[in-house]
Design a protein around this ligand. Structure first.
Ligand code: NAP
Length: 422
């Protein structure tokens, strides 16, 4: 039976769902040997370094990933960087097909004055910082100020604002990085603004995330009821289902808000950021609003306005995405996930997306080339394979147990390699 070799670059949700789609497409005519290659010593991508620590349920999808990895035709090659160590072209020579699944790791920027001041950072740096990503441990997040501003009205902005506005002891039973938890616990931030440049009828939040906010035990969540009333009028008699659901959720918050807590999360609508003020650190944000310019004084600004893909040599990019037609990039090169379609959708969106691309790939495949695999190209011996990753995984979970946490993640590459390879 023909055995086709497929390399998947990137061990995040899109990569695992591509592997799952390949597995599901095996039949009497073809089987697949899948090699998943990951730059970090650990897999799971955004499920490890993106999903908010106070959303442990979302992370249970990792069980699906590990089931996919248990397939005898699946191999993990973590701690191997494609682009520097090994080129995409080399993979294309060896494999019948190569799938890019490297996501979007760079934060989009506002392009306004003051954006580069200390105290102004992207969610693309802040989120992996609190999630123990080894490359982001040293990000500077000043929390010695009483007010923080989050720019953007999507679910990443919501995660970021919630993390800043929570009573930090609520994070004790989570896998928040120790360095971040210590910073949150000494933080002076008590007011967190989350600002949307358009009205409530246009926000990119999803309603389950909004409906969670009134459940915050130690935080006032403030939405101006007039803003929602006006948005309901603008949205008309038959708004789209998602818009209605969001407006209902925001109205509920506006009508039942609390004011007894020390910490407050406050929504601003129709606030377009114009300038970040400050001389040697952030001092405020100037917004253009329908009522003229408004300044919000603050010492920390986090921009969460979307992501773009980081480039890999040998792969064409345009507008922050890999250039592709329905996932096809060029001969035997494919792309899935955020690198393909941009940073949209929830984790599960990648499942159907990958299945379609893998379906097309299969129609392109003729006969296996039998030209070897990545093992022929490796120069560094410190590869984290599935069994080494399992050792890391078990050690992290064991370290969390006495502390009542799901795991304690190691933040240093060397430490991770020691856990897995010794
Ligand atoms: P997003 O959903 O695309 O939201 C981006 C936000 O940034 C929009 O509100 C957009 O406003 C705003 N924005 C863009 N450019 C701006 C500018 N120049 N100035 C001010 N605001 C600007 O992106 P995301 O929050 O990064 O999320 C990415 C994806 O991950 C989404 O599909 C999201 O649902 C998903 N996600 C899901 C969860 C979850 O399920 N819990 C958690 C995190 C992320 P405009 O609409 O006006 O352009």
């Amino acid at each position: 039976m023909p055995l086709f070799k497929v390399a998947i670059v990137g061990a995040g949700p899109a990569g695992y769902f591509a592997a799952q789609a390949l597995h599901n497409q095996q039949n009497a005519e073809r089987t697949f040997a899948i090699d998943m290659i990951e730059r970090l010593p650990t897999p799971w991508g955004l499920v490890r370094s993106g999903v908010a620590p106070d959303h442990p349920k979302i992370k249970t999808v990792s069980k699906v990933f590990e089931k996919i990895a248990a397939d005898p035709n699946f191999r993990l090659f973590a701690n191997v960087e494609i682009g520097s160590e090994i080129s995409v072209a080399q993979l294309q020579e060896k494999y019948d097909a190569v799938v890019i699944a490297t996501g979007s790791s760079l934060g989009k920027t506002l392009g306004i004055p003051g954006e580069n001041l200390p105290g102004s950072l992207s969610a693309a740096d802040f989120v992996p910082w609190y999630n123990s990503h080894p490359d982001y441990v040293d990000v500077k997040v000043p929390m010695d100020c009483d007010t923080a501003v989050v720019i953007g009205a999507g679910n990443v902005a919501m995660d970021v604002a919630r993390m800043l506005a929570l009573e930090p002891s609520e994070l004790d039973p989570t896998d928040t990085a120790d360095h971040a938890l210590a910073t949150f616990k000494t933080s002076a931030v008590r007011d967190v603004y989350i600002s949307a440049r358009r009205g409530p009828e246009h926000v990119a939040f999803t309603s389950p995330e909004l409906r969670e906010l009134p459940k915050l035990e130690h935080t006032n969540v403030v939405i101006n009821k007039e803003d929602i009333d006006a948005a309901i009028v603008r949205a008309g008699a038959e708004p789209e289902k998602d818009v209605k659901s969001n407006l209902d959720a925001m109205l509920l918050i506006a009508e039942s808000q609390k004011s007894e807590h020390e910490r407050t999360m406050r929504f601003l609508f129709q606030h377009t950021p114009k300038q970040i003020l400050g001389i040697d650190r952030v001092e405020g944000v100037v917004y253009s609003t329908p009522n003229g310019d408004v300044t919000v004084k603050c010492g920390l600004v986090i921009t969460a306005i979307g992501y773009q893909a980081a480039g890999i040599d040998g792969v064409p990019y345009k507008n922050g995405k890999v250039v592709n037609t329905d996932g096809r990039v060029k001969e035997n090169l494919y792309v899935v996930g955020w690198a393909k379609r941009g940073p949209t959708g929830v984790i599960g969106t990648n499942k159907s997306d990958a299945a379609v691309v893998i379906g097309l790939m299969i129609t392109d495949m003729k006969s296996p080339k039998n030209a070897g695999d990545i093992a022929d190209l490796l120069t560094d011996q410190r590869v984290v394979d599935q069994s080494a990753w399992q050792k890391i995984n078990e050690a992290e979970v064991a370290a969390g147990e006495p502390k009542g946490k799901p795991r304690v993640k190691s933040t240093k590459r060397d430490e991770l390699l020691k856990l897995g390879l010794s």
